[in-house]
Design a protein around this ligand. Structure first.
Ligand code: 4AD
Ligand code: MG
Length: 479
């Protein structure tokens, strides 16, 4: 008989036919004549209750159906008397598929800490929390593609191995087949990459933007959605060494069009989650509420679903970096020395504490900051007339800080070349990028959304290591 998914079984009102379900035991309790097994197959957050008459199964066999064991059960659905479920399965036969010795199986039917579960990332998919996050993550991936597809954008696969540094920040992982124990050197004493796989030094990409720009300057509307890698030694709850980024790039767009697209996309994705992931969000909301109970009232975050709806209803605040610096510098928070990095003068790079102050305390809604000092932004951003700022735009979110970074791009060949030289960007790796400014250059703009930062926001989780299946962070590359 074909397996029925538990998601379908729980919705079914067919009490006549026998069905077969398969999954993993979450809990089991036995009374005198019957055993109750909560079975989960990952198709939905809820488990199906199996009611097993002890007469149909030898005691020894039932004893093996512990938490974590895999079983297959056949039976008829019946209306459930218990609370929390409409139906349960009255089992006619049940079979053990895979044992999970309780002396060794690390997951107990109780709440485990997220830190503990990170060490058990091979099994944490089996918890309610990671089941919910996995389904939500899938829904968000699907929604990203749907959003762009419905608008006529083309998805471009940017390369993962590159010979250039898209952000010019030097935070790259190297890719090489050289034998590190037997390196050969040039006369200047540098590693000789001529004998390396690509005949030159290569690295993992930090962003697909530069390649997306090439495509946009022919196809007009494109986006990438791929893994990106940063070898920055940031051990925070918002940084990964390997994360996924969505990067639309659009010809004939200026910074205002770019902001409009960013706001529209974020709202679309949040709405999609509310419309399609109600059960999982409900669970995650309760989880967050439990977690927040340990915090002081003023530090508690808003209830998850209200927070998502709240963001949908607000037009994002749009201000310049210069205005933001004024607000921050004059804030009581700054005057009382409450910032770890006090804001003294124009030009300071904003830390997440400043971003979050603007969003959470001052404006109380998402904020888009534009026109940052050129000194703290990448070489490709369009230079403003003032000679000091560039047409950057960062979207800041509650609880997160920067969720999107983007800009209008410099389309003028001479200005771009000068800035690249000033910033010591190796031109020999970038000739192709510069050529697009020689041949049919047009204004264009784009941005990058950190997919795991979006996941943090939508799931209400507090640590980025818990919204990606297998996090890569400094000193951590298990699984
Ligand atoms: O601001 P970033 O560095 O911008 C770029 O890479 C541009 N090339 C994007 C573009 O214009 N096409 O990164 C974009 C976003 C950030 O706003 C943040 O959400 C996320 O990527 N991000 C990270 N997420 C997790 N871990 C990290 N180490 C991240 N670094 C950036
Ligand atoms: Mg940024």
């Amino acid at each position: 008989m074909k397996r029925k998914e538990i998601k379908e079984a729980l919705k079914s009102e067919n009490f006549e036919q026998e069905i077969v379900v398969m999954g993993w035991v979450r809990t089991k309790r036995a009374s005198k004549n019957v055993a109750f097994i909560a079975l989960n197959d990952g198709s939905v957050i809820h488990s199906l209750q199996l009611v097993v008459d002890l007469e149909i199964i030898p005691e020894l066999e039932l004893a093996l159906m512990h938490t974590g064991a895999a079983v297959s059960a056949k039976g008829k659905l019946v209306p459930s008397a218990g609370s929390g479920q409409k139906v349960e399965l009255s089992v006619s036969s049940i079979e053990l598929l895979g044992e999970a010795n309780p002396d060794e199986y690390p997951l107990q039917p109780k709440k485990h800490s997220l830190e503990f579960l990170r060490e058990k990332a091979h099994l944490r998919f089996r918890t309610n929390t990671f089941g919910a996050i996995s389904r939500l993550r899938h829904a968000m991936i699907f929604a990203v593609h749907k959003f762009f597809n419905d608008k006529g954008y083309l998805n471009i696969h940017a390369p993962i191995i590159t010979g250039s540094d898209a952000e010019g920040a030097g935070e790259m992982f190297q890719v090489s087949t050289l034998n590190l124990e037997k390196l050969s050197f040039t006369e200047e004493g540098k590693v000789d990459f001529k004998h390396d796989f690509f005949g030159k030094s290569a690295n993992l990409t930090v962003s697909g933007q530069l390649e997306a720009e090439l495509a946009a300057l022919a196809l007009s509307k494109v986006y990438t959605f791929g893994p990106t890698f940063r070898a920055e030694n940031s051990n925070t709850s918002r940084h990964l060494a390997e994360f996924w980024m969505i990067e639309p790039e659009v010809a004939f767009f200026d910074i205002h069009d770019d902001m409009d697209l960013a706001e529209e996309m974020l709202k679309y994705l949040i709405q999609y989650a509310l419309d399609n992931c109600a059960d999982d969000l409900d669970f995650l909301s309760k989880r967050l509420e439990e977690e927040e109970k340990n915090k002081k009232a003023e530090d508690r975050s808003m209830e998850l679903i209200s927070k998502l709806k709240f963001v949908l209803e607000q037009p994002f605040e749009r201000i310049t970096y210069t205005e933001a610096i004024d607000i921050l510098r004059n804030s009581n928070h700054n005057k009382k020395g409450k910032f770890h990095y006090p804001i003294e003068k124009w030009g300071a790079d904003l830390q997440s504490e400043h971003e979050r102050y603007l969003v959470e305390k001052h404006f109380k809604k998402p904020v888009i900051l534009t026109d940052y000092p050129n000194e703290i932004k990448a070489f490709y951003m369009k230079q403003n007339e003032d000679g000091k700022t560039v047409r950057a735009m960062d979207v800041l979110f509650p609880g997160i800080g920067e969720i999107i970074g983007g800009s209008q791009r410099e389309e003028d060949y001479d200005k771009l070349l000068k800035r690249m030289k000033d910033m010591k960007i190796p031109l020999e790796n970038m000739w192709w990028y510069l050529e697009t400014r020689k041949f049919g250059s047009v204004p264009h703009a784009g941005f990058g959304l950190g997919f795991e930062r979006l996941m943090l926001f939508v799931s209400g989780m507090g640590n980025i290591r818990d919204v990606i299946p297998f996090p890569r962070t400094p000193l951590n590359c298990e699984f």
